[in-house]
Design a protein around this ligand. Structure first.
Ligand code: ACM
Length: 425
């Protein structure tokens, strides 16, 4: 429990406050209830525990990926608690399974925030589910840690984004693919906001490089019948198939591509969403020769990654893999811990204060040193390009020599996400 939970609001503490929290405090004090501060702190940090929500699907079509995000998040919480907790308090994970359904995500998020009084929630893979929970966090000024690569074009002050945005996955990847394989491209994605925005950015880069888009097609989430799509690949013979298909559809697409006898050496699938996790589900033979761009691969060599991989296997099973979404799910919990430490044992543990304290945080993650951008709350990451092998792991064939700033509005040069919100030029 923080030692100093008194009604004396210090100048320093006050400077952290958002206007809405300030208003409630001033109102309560005026009404003769200055002890509201004590309640405010206790709501989120009672019984020597800080409650955090863990909101990942353990059932439904997205469980293939979200179960691993759940595991990485829980492991980080367990590690932090085993090392003594934060500011003398333990983290208590309140787990919820939203069953791969955006509406259930929103309902469970509301329960975690309103009933369970979680000070922060770690959750979700798809942008559809992030968009579904966003109003829950924005309306109550609560805080959400989102670990997944996504399309950008978001400037929320209630989300810490630890996954990649388009410039961090595509800026090196697209020119590499054009140079290595050619200029005739087919685009295949799942039918929702993430693939459409990601393809929007891809087409901007392709246009600059003088490329031709032969096909742009979207299939429903959970789609598993790719014969007509694969037939188009056969007929069109693109140089590159750019895939933003997600979830268990990734497995079906790769298997049906393979069954049709197509050759990844001549017509590779280049993906932003195919990780070691999906490859483990489809088998290395179906994925071999295809490429992925991501800031993290399991084979990355660093002392921090060695520890992450061995701890993960020890905790969850020697057959388990780590990947470019489970790694930011894992280090996101450590960013949260550092933010609490920055607030200090006597700090007020509230979502807006934690958000403020996340700004500019740095740590050595398994992928390398990362940093939370203080303006847009996204993360500086280390882009890499991997080619998949039949053993289910990737060969890293290109990597940046420095971290790359997140630009969530890279496709929209007239807009910038600043500390004050979205600014239009
Ligand atoms: C995603 O929906 N952000 C993969």
């Amino acid at each position: 429990m923080p030692k100093k939970k008194t009604s004396n609001v210090s100048i320093k503490r006050r400077s952290f406050l958002t206007n809405s929290v300030k208003a409630s405090v001033i109102g309560a004090a005026a009404a003769g209830f200055p002890h509201i501060w004590m309640k405010q702190g206790n709501v989120f940090a009672a019984n020597n525990e800080i409650k955090v929500g863990v909101l990942f699907s353990l059932t439904g079509g997205l469980a293939i990926i979200e179960e691993s995000l759940h595991k990485a998040t829980i492991m980080a919480i367990e590690e932090i608690n085993a090392a003594g907790g934060v500011n003398g308090m333990k983290l208590k994970a309140i787990e919820a399974d939203p069953a791969s359904d955006p509406a259930t995500f929103a309902a469970k998020a509301r329960t975690l925030v309103l009933k369970e009084k979680c000070v922060t929630v770690f959750g979700s893979y798809t942008s559809a589910s992030r968009k579904a929970v966003l109003p829950v966090f924005e309306k109550r000024n609560n805080l959400y840690f989102y670990p997944t690569l996504y399309e950008g074009r978001e400037c929320s002050k209630n989300v810490i984004y630890t996954g990649a945005v388009p410039n961090q996955q595509q800026d090196d990847f697209i020119p590499y693919l054009v140079k290595t394989y050619g200029k005739r491209w087919s685009l295949i994605g799942s039918n929702y906001i993430y693939p459409k925005e990601e393809n929007n950015y891809c087409k901007i880069l392709l246009k600059k490089l003088g490329c031709e888009v032969l096909m742009e097609e979207y299939v429903p989430l959970g789609h598993s019948e790719f014969s007509s799509v694969v037939n188009k690949f056969k007929n069109d013979k693109p140089d590159v198939i750019f895939s933003t298909v997600v979830g268990d559809s990734v497995v079906a697409l790769h298997k049906q591509y393979r069954a049709a006898g197509l050759n990844p050496d001549k017509m590779p699938m280049a993906s932003l969403t195919t990780s070691e996790n999906e490859v483990a589900a489809m088998g290395g033979d179906a994925a071999a020769g295809h490429l992925t761009s991501a800031p993290y691969f399991m084979v990355h060599q660093s002392a921090e990654n060695e520890k992450f991989v061995s701890s993960y296997k020890k905790r969850w099973g020697s057959d388990k893999v780590t990947h470019f979404v489970s790694e930011p799910a894992y280090f996101g919990v450590y960013i949260f811990k550092q933010a609490l430490e920055r607030l200090g044992a006597s700090g007020d543990i509230t979502p807006p204060n934690i958000m403020e304290a996340c700004k500019g945080q740095e740590l050595i993650a398994p992928q390398g040193k990362i940093r939370i951008d203080p303006d847009n709350l996204h993360t500086y990451l280390w882009p890499k390009i991997g080619i998949c092998k039949s053993d289910g792991q990737f060969d890293i064939i290109q990597k940046t020599d420095n971290w790359l700033k997140p630009l969530p509005y890279a496709a929209y040069p007239d807009q910038t996400c600043t500390e004050k919100g979205l600014v239009n030029a």
